[in-house]
Every structure is written in structure tokens, then in C-alpha cells.
Design a protein around this ligand. Structure first.
Ligand SMILES: [Zn+2]
Length: 326
């Protein structure tokens, strides 16, 4: 008996009955793009996304195929289903996807954050019959501390680096983390410089209604010592070396792995994430109350095991695919 045919296909979730893909990595005929991070975007002939995600995607990939903007909470009717997007809390425009079918309600979280952030509304559980849950931090030692404490530690680190005559460089992705960090520093009175890729995305965030403290593009004249926000990929570019003496700090949920600081070759590391931590993922699954939870990406097998220990029916979606259930 297969009530909900859900497969792992094309690097994403596939609903064959509805001929609909959710976040496939490869181009597929019809897909939902949950948010604008590049590992969730491909050149589909037809795709659905929130208006903010559509804008961010076309900022980064202007030649993308047809993108239909679907605001949060508005349902669209497709083959054998209705699709509704809800906030996912991960980055601006990020969405959970609820697919209402004749068999029941399927909720796909995409990348998920349940804590409040500065730039996107937190994810709230949507009641569903089947939950497809991201598992990036699906192991118990990923328990993130209070964000306000982490931000206070980041600020103190920036001040000590500046006092020492060097430039503090905060490493965060140009879409999402960069804007969260910028917002977190709002009250501190720092001069803030953004890498050009973060600067461009931040301008789009502003166009979409977000407010930030003053910032400038890295490379423009800086009157005072500045805090620099740089995507991790840019740290070894020439731009970083224009700064004179500098110290780097990574802002990532992976900071809970103690060996990471050495591997990343940074001076400091702070556990600031745009995902839910382990406990938040487990509580979220419990609150959705689905009769079946499929975990995907990251620590999918581990998270499914812990959910089963907590009394839920759960399985890694990749493992289900191998069983050829339909
Ligand atoms: Zn993401």
C-alpha cells in the first residue's frame, strides 16, 4: 500500500502523481524553488517561488527560465494538487511547500529555521499528513546557543580586533548570513563594508523592504576602521589582502564541531546558523504531527533514527527511493 508516492530524484523531492519536483538540483519540467541559494536553483522550464525568491534568483541568474511568483499563503491549483507556500525562516523569501493532494497533505520544509531572525519570518509548523524534513543539523550535538549571546560575542571579538589595530573580517554567505550579520551589528556604530557580492544581494534585500544600518561596498574609501563581511569563498581573493592586517571569524552552525576552527583556518568561530538545530528539528516534526516523516539531506539517517526513538514514524527519503515503492 503506497499512500504517498514521494521519491528522491534529480537531487530533490519528486511527487510523480503531481508531476512536480521540489528543489531539484537538475532542471526538471516543473518545480518549486524553495529559496535562492544556488544549490536549490536550476534552469527549469517552469518554476514557482515566492516573489522575494524570484527577485533574488533573477538577481543572481538573470537568464533563468519561467518563474511564477506565488506569495505566502496563496494557493495555486496544479495537476491533482494545490500548492501553498509558507515562511521557512531560512533566508528572505524562503518557503515551506504544502502540497494538498487527494491522498492528504504533504509538507516539504526546504531549508528551515524556527528561531526568529532579522530578515525573514520564522517557520511555523503546518499540520500535514506527510512531512519531508531537511536534516542539515540532524545530530544531537548540534544545539545552538542563544543567538543574542552569540551576537554579543561576535561584537566583543570585533572590538578587540579593532583595538589591536587589525580589521575584523566576518565570513558569511552573501545571501542570507551576510544580511543577518549586518542587521545584528546595527546598534554597534561600526563602519561596515560588504564584499561586492554581499553588497549586491543586500541592495536587493533593501529593495524588498529590509532595513539595514549604513554599509559600503568593500574597496570604496573607508574613513574609519571597518568591520568587513565577506563570503567564505572570497577570503583568499585579492580583496581580502587589500585590508592590511586582518583577522577572520566564521559564523556557522558547524561551529559545534570542535575541530572546525583548525580546518577552516580562521581566527575565531561563532555558532550562528540560518538552519534549525537538532532539537528544533525534532520539536518541529512533533508539532507538524504527520503520520510519516521523511528526512532528507545532511544527517537524514541519524535524524530519522532519533525521531523514531521519540515515537514518530520516520525514514530517510533516500532510503525509500531504493525500495522502488511505486
Ligand atoms: Zn539554503
Amino acid at each position: 500500500m503506497i499512500a504517498y508516492p514521494i521519491l528522491w530524484e534529480g537531487g530533490g523531492v519528486y511527487l510523480p502523481e503531481q508531476h512536480l519536483w521540489l528543489d531539484p538540483k537538475k532542471a526538471r519540467p516543473r518545480a518549486v524553488i524553495s529559496h535562492a541559494h544556488s544549490d536549490h536553483v536550476a534552469d527549469h522550464p517552469l518554476a514557482y517561488a515566492t516573489p522575494a525568491t524570484s527577485r533574488l534568483v533573477t538577481h543572481r541568474r538573470p537568464a533563468l527560465g519561467s518563474l511564477e511568483a506565488v506569495p505566502y499563503g496563496q494557493s495555486i491549483a496544479l495537476e491533482r494538487c494545490q500548492v501553498t507556500l509558507y515562511p521557512a525562516g531560512h533566508v528572505l523569501g524562503s518557503a515551506q511547500t504544502l502540497v494538498d493532494t487527494d491522498f492528504g497533505r504533504i509538507l516539504y520544509t526546504g531549508d528551515l529555521k524556527t528561531r526568529g531572525g532579522f530578515t525573514s519570518a520564522p517557520a511555523r509548523p503546518i499540520p500535514a499528513d506527510v512531512l519531508v524534513l531537511e536534516s542539515t543539523f540532524g545530530k544531537p550535538h548540534y544545539r545552538f546557543p542563544d543567538a543574542a549571546e552569540v551576537i554579543a560575542a561576535v561584537v566583543a571579538w570585533c572590538r578587540s580586533v579593532l583595538d589591536g589595530g587589525a580589521t575584523p573580517v566576518l565570513l558569511g554567505y552573501s545571501l542570507g548570513k551576510g544580511q543577518e550579520v549586518l542587521s545584528a551589528l546595527a546598534a554597534e556604530g561600526f563602519t561596515i563594508a560588504l564584499h561586492p557580492s554581499s553588497f549586491g544581494v543586500t541592495e536587493v534585500y533593501r529593495e524588498l523592504g529590509c532595513e539595514f544600518p549604513a554599509y559600503q561596498r568593500l574597496g570604496e574609501t573607508m574613513g574609519r576602521p571597518a568591520v568587513v563581511i565577506l563570503p567564505p569563498s572570497a577570503r583568499r581573493s585579492g580583496l581580502a589582502h587589500q585590508l592590511g592586517e586582518f583577522k577572520t571569524a566564521a559564523l556557522t552552525g558547524w561551529a559545534m564541531d570542535r575541530s572546525l576552527r583548525d580546518r577552516l583556518e580562521v581566527d575565531a568561530i561563532f555558532p550562528l546558523s540560518d538552519h534549525a538545530d537538532f532539537e528544533e528539528l525534532c520539536c518541529y516534526a512533533e508539532q507538524v504531527g504527520a503520520s510519516m516523516t521523511y528526512t532528507m539531506l545532511g544527517f537524514d539517517e541519524e535524524l530519522a533514527m532519533h525521531l523514531r526513538r521519540r515515537g514518530l514514524r520516520a525514514k530517510a527519503l533516500g532510503a525509500v527511493d531504493q525500495l522502488r515503492l511505486f
